[in-house]
Design a protein around this ligand. Structure first.
Ligand code: ASC
Length: 151
């Protein structure tokens, strides 16, 4: 092993431990980023919901396209809940996001798992499967909002 290796490792570990806030120029950017990602997520999820709830005609291609966007967006908000982004910019995030990090992470993971299933369901072309997966995904959105988002 080369002598420099421990230093390289230490640098990599330090980088991995950087607060997520370090990915953003300022706290306000992180808050706006997560709000933007969650807003778009709601828009695209809502288009699937309209089909699942019979408010829009079922279009399997539209369902698949929206589910794909939802799946990508579902990965984005979480890195923007870093330390120092608890307040400001009209955030509705409750202090519990930072006080109960394991629970918050579990809720975020659960939502991403449900979204992945929604994506699979959309690809079957079955409205019944889409409805079922939409219902469980919406439940995972709601569970997190109930615990971690102020009214
Ligand atoms: C949506 C949307 C949410 C969730 C949530 C489910 O369509 O924008 O935030 O569903 O309302 O209860």
């Amino acid at each position: 092993m080369k002598k420099t290796t421990p230093f390289v490792l230490a640098a990599l570990l330090a980088a991995a431990a950087l607060p997520a806030a370090a990915q953003f120029q300022k706290a306000e950017d992180a808050i706006e980023y997560r709000q933007g990602a969650l807003f778009m997520l709601g828009q695209h999820f809502g288009r699937i919901g309209a089909m699942a709830n019979g408010r829009a005609p079922f279009d399997a291609k539209a369902a698949t396209d929206n589910a794909e966007v939802v799946a990508s967006l579902s990965k984005l908000p979480w890195a923007a809940f870093g330390e120092g982004t608890e307040k400001g910019h009209n955030t509705k995030a409750k202090p519990e996001v930072w006080k109960e990090q394991d629970k918050f992470k579990a809720a975020a993971t659960k939502m991403q798992e449900e979204v992945a299933k929604l994506n699979t369901a959309a690809r079957t072309g079955s409205l019944d499967q889409l409805k079922a997966a939409f219902g469980s995904t919406a439940q995972s959105c709601k569970a997190c909002h109930d615990d971690f988002r102020a009214k």
